[in-house]
Design a binder for this molecule. Structure first.
Ligand code: KG4
Ligand code: ZN
Length: 337
C-alpha cells in the first residue's frame, strides 16, 4: 500500500481515561479530533478507576468515532487505515479501542495499525510542525511516565533517562490531593501556583548529580512533612514551590540531555507538558542554549487520537500494517515499539 500525503488515517485512543478518535491526513493534517474525557467520572475517587474506565470507553467509543467522521465530513469509505493504541495502558480500557479498531478495519477492508501510546505522544509535536530535524531530545512527562528520549529518526529511539519512582504527573496528582486542590492535580497545582510564591519554600531537587534519571517521591514526602510542621502555610505557596522544584529538575536534565546528544531541538510531550511553568522555563533554557524548543499546543499534550493517527501513519509507511491477532499490551516500553 502506498502511504503518502493523501493517506487518511482514523486514530483511536482508549488507553486511560480519554475516549478519543481523530482523522489525520498524511500524518500531519488534523481533519477532525474528538476527545471525550472521563475526568468527572473518576474525580470522586481521586484517580482513574480501571473498571469504571473500561465501561465508559465501551459506552463512548461508537459515538466518539461517529462524531470524528461526521466532523471531518468524509465518507467512511475514504478512510485508508485504522490506527489504535495497543499499549501501554489499562488492559480493560485498551481492549475496547483495539477491538473497535480491528472491527472497523475488517469491515472497511483497510489495514489496522497498532500504535505505542508513548511513541504517539512524541508525534504530537510533528502534528504541528513537520519541519523538526533530528536528532531531537524529547521530554515525555505524563501521569504514568517521565522519560528523556533521544529520537534520531522516525522510529529510532534511545532512552536517556527515566524516573526511578513516581512519574512527574503522578507527583502533581498526589501533592494536589494532599493539599486538597482538586482532581486532576496537575492543572489544579498549575492554577494555584500562579497565586503563590515559588521561592517561599526550598524543596529538594532530587538527583541533580549529573545523571539523567529522576526521582519525585522524596519531593512528595518533603511537601507532606513541611505542611505537617507548618499547618498554617498557604497552599498556593506550597503548590508554587513544589512546581518550581519539579520544573527545575525537568528543565535541568533535559538541557543536559540535549547537550549530551548534540540535539538540534527539544520537544515536550505528555500531559505535564501543559504546565505553564515548565513551558516557560524550557523555552528560556532553549533560548539560552541556542536550541529550538518545540511545545505542542496544550490540547495535543494530553491524551488525544490525532497523535495516534499521526504515529500510525508513520508506522504504516515504515513497517506496514499490524497483524489482526496483535493484542493489547498493558506494559509496553517505548524502545520495543
Ligand atoms: O498524558 P496524560 O493526559 O495521560 C497519561 O498518559 O498519563 O497525562 C495526564 C497527567 C496527569 O498526571 C495530570 O495531572 C498531568 O498530566 N497534567 C499536568 C497539567 N495538565 C495535566 N501537570 C502539570 N501541569 C498541568 N497544567
Ligand atoms: Zn498519555
Amino acid at each position: 500500500m502506498r502511504v503518502d500525503s493523501d493517506t487518511l488515517v482514523l486514530g483511536i485512543e482508549t488507553s486511560c481515561d480519554e475516549t478519543a478518535a481523530a482523522l489525520v491526513m498524511g500524518g500531519t493534517d488534523v481533519i477532525s479530533s474528538v476527545v471525550s474525557s472521563q475526568i468527572d467520572l473518576h474525580a470522586r475517587f481521586g484517580g482513574v478507576v480501571p473498571e469504571v474506565a473500561g465501561r465508559a470507553h465501551l459506552e463512548q467509543i461508537t459515538p466518539v468515532v461517529r462524531e470524528a467522521i461526521a466532523a471531518a465530513g468524509v465518507d467512511p469509505r475514504r478512510i485508508d487505515a485504522v490506527a489504535c493504541t495497543v499499549g501501554p495502558g489499562l488492559i480493560g480500557a485498551l481492549l475496547v479501542g483495539v477491538s473497535a479498531a480491528k472491527a472497523l478495519a475488517l469491515a472497511w477492508e483497510v489495514p489496522f495499525v497498532g500504535v505505542n501510546h508513548l511513541e504517539a505522544h512524541l508525534y504530537s509535536a510533528f502534528l504541528e510542525d513537520d519541519s523538526l530535524e533530528f536528532p531531537l531530545v524529547v521530554l515525555l512527562v505524563s501521569g504514568g511516565h517521565t522519560l528523556l528520549i533521544e529520537m534520531s529518526d522516525h522510529g529510532q529511539y534511545r532512552l536517556l533517562g527515566g524516573t526511578i519512582d513516581d512519574a512527574a504527573g503522578e507527583a502533581f496528582d498526589k501533592v494536589a490531593r494532599y493539599l486538597d486542590l482538586g482532581y486532576p492535580g496537575g492543572p489544579a497545582i498549575d492554577r494555584a501556583a500562579t497565586e503563590g510564591d515559588p521561592e517561599a519554600i526550598r524543596f529538594p531537587r532530587a538527583m541533580s548529580d549529573g545523571g539523567l534519571d529522576f526521582s519525585f517521591s522524596g519531593l512528595k514526602t518533603a511537601v507532606v512533612n513541611h505542611v505537617r510542621r507548618h499547618p498554617e502555610v498557604d497552599s498556593r505557596d506550597v503548590a508554587a514551590s513544589f512546581q518550581a522544584a519539579v520544573v527545575d529538575v525537568l528543565v535541568d536534565k533535559t538541557r543536559r540531555a540535549a547537550a549530551l546528544v548534540g540535539a538540534t531541538g527539544i520537544v515536550l510531550g505528555g500531559g505535564v507538558a501543559a504546565n505553564s511553568a515548565l513551558r516557560r522555563d524550557l523555552v528560556a533554557a532553549g533560548e539560552a542554549d541556542g536550541r529550538r524548543v518545540f511545545l505542542p499546543g496544550r490540547e495535543m499534550c494530553t491524551d488525544n487520537a490525532a497523535m495516534i493517527a499521526a504515529a500510525g501513519w508513520h508506522r504504516l509507511r515504515d513497517d506496514g500494517p499490524s497483524p489482526l491477532d496483535l493484542g493489547a499490551v498493558p506494559s509496553m516500553p517505548i524502545l520495543e515499539s
